[in-house]
Design a protein around this ligand. Structure first.
Ligand code: HEM
Length: 430
């Protein structure tokens, strides 16, 4: 039997590691709690507890003493590799907890599907999102045009989170659904209400009426199939029976939120680091390799999927013994990502040289057969956006610069980026 934690260690783990994650909002961040988590440095405390447990009990998986449910922490890179390469069988992506949360707004999403249905949905997501292509070729030109158009609406002297988020929501609606959805703030507001409910998983009834209304709005845009949007790419990719193409879209809209948060954090990092910002400003499109590396290191520093979860479908053997079928395996990304050499530094260069990509301890987009199929759409959209902002405004300056060691939690909503006047070179006073 893999090492089992006692009741006290389990309680410490629940209070210091798991409760703060849940409180920050797994499906939709609660910005006030994130701010508090940063102030109290909760992620550093959580990592310290996990390090201690690993020292005392070994590499794991470590089973928690939870009555009626088998839950285990995976704390070694070998364990991560085994679980991620072994997904979806024998380590299913559709865990009990994930299904309970995500069914609030995407009951047919690939992430909570199983068996044949999952296979067909995954295949469809990969085709429409053009998963393998670094430069998302179906819609790359259209994305660049959308981003430049939205950046032309940005006003100085300061870019704060509400202004950035409103712009990014417009970009997300245009990229996913087309220009007709640009100003449909109600669509985003409805999705946000559903995501708030999803944060509570099975503790809240599913708001079926709202979900059906939201999905009808999505369906109408999908039916328009605007060229240059993902909805347009859907029309060009016939789906196998059982896929429910429009049922995949809520996940894409939801996940674009993580892309916006990450892009804004990258801007805050670059606005604190003139040398790297100058390198980013010289980066060459349409791929922008350096800016992509900056975004990748940002999601390493502050992963938007705080824990990656899997559920074993059969008994699995580990060095210390067997874990029963139905065990929930927790892979705490934030612990792994800050355990290496550049733990608390901004280190985009490690992505350019490929070290970070080869390590099983760094998995901001997951890895293996369940890797995020939207990864390249994210990197395309965010790198083009950052390049366009640098191009339009010149040197950006973060109001309260971020310095090493970087905080383990970053309240993105509290960042403010100074934008120089478009016609001049003098940085604004803040
Ligand atoms: C910074 C932005 C993003 C990050 C860090 C990210 C990360 C991830 C991670 C870690 C997973 C695995 C989740 C799990 O195993 O439970 C995942 C799954 C997924 N992501 Fe992303 N994602 C991002 C944005 C996007 C976007 C914009 C899209 C679509 C346009 C997308 C589409 C998906 C889909 C469909 C899955 C489910 C894959 C499956 O079940 O096989 N993601 N993403």
């Amino acid at each position: 039997m893999p090492n089992r934690l006692g009741v006290l260690d389990t309680a410490r783990c629940a209070a210091v590691v798991l409760a703060p994650l849940l409180a920050q909002g797994v499906i939709r961040r609660r910005n006030r709690v994130v701010r508090l988590a940063q102030r109290l440095d909760l992620d550093r405390r959580a990592a310290a507890v996990l390090r201690q447990l690993r020292t005392r009990h070994g590499d794991g998986p470590l089973r928690l003493a939870v009555p009626g449910r088998s839950i285990a922490l995976v704390l070694s890179a070998d364990g991560v590799e085994r679980v991620l390469t072994g997904s979806p069988e024998p380590f299913a992506l559709a865990t009990t907890e994930k299904v309970a949360a995500l069914r609030h707004f995407q009951p047919h999403g690939v992430l909570i599907s199983g068996g044949r249905e999952r296979e067909a949905r995954r295949h469809y997501n990969e085709r429409v999102l053009d998963t393998g292509a670094e430069l998302h070729h179906h819609i790359a030109g259209a994305v660049a045009a959308v981003v430049r158009d939205e950046v032309s609406t940005v006003d100085g002297p300061v870019l704060d989170w509400p202004a950035f988020a409103a712009m990014f929501d417009r970009i997300a609606r245009r990229v996913v659904l087309g220009a007709a959805a640009r100003d449909d703030e109600r669509l985003t507001a409805e999705l946000n209400r559903l995501r708030n409910a999803a944060n509570w998983a099975y503790l809240r009834p599913r708001p079926e009426h709202l979900r059906a209304r939201f999905q009808r709005r999505v369906d109408a845009y999908v039916a328009r199939a605007e060229p240059g949007s993902l909805a347009g790419a859907m029309a060009a990719n016939p789906a196998a029976p059982g896929v429910d193409p429009a049922g995949q879209v809520p996940h894409w809209l939801f996940a674009f939120d993580a892309a916006g948060i990450s892009a804004f954090r990258t801007l805050a990092l670059l606005g604190s680091d003139p040398a790297r910002q100058a390198t980013a400003a010289r980066d060459q499109g349409p791929v922008y390799p350096y800016i992509r590396a900056c975004v990748q290191d940002t999601v390493r520093l502050w992963p938007t999927t705080l824990v990656v979860l899997r559920e074993s479908t059969v008994d699995t053997r580990w060095p210390g013994g067997t874990l029963p079928a139905g065990t929930e395996l927790i892979l705490p990304s934030s612990y792994f990502h800050r355990d290496g050499e550049h733990a608390d530094d901004f280190a985009p260069e490690t992505w350019l040289h490929g070290e970070a990509m080869r390590s099983w301890s760094v998995f901001p987009f997951s890895a293996g057969p369940g890797v995020c199929p939207g990864r390249n759409v994210v990197l395309l959209t965010t790198s083009t956006l950052i390049a366009a902002l640098l191009d339009r405004f010149g040197p950006l300056r973060t109001a309260a610069p971020l310095r090493s060691p970087l905080p383990r939690t970053l309240d993105h909503s509290g960042q403010r980026i100074g934008l120089p006047p478009v016609t001049g070179t003098i940085a604004p006073e803040m």
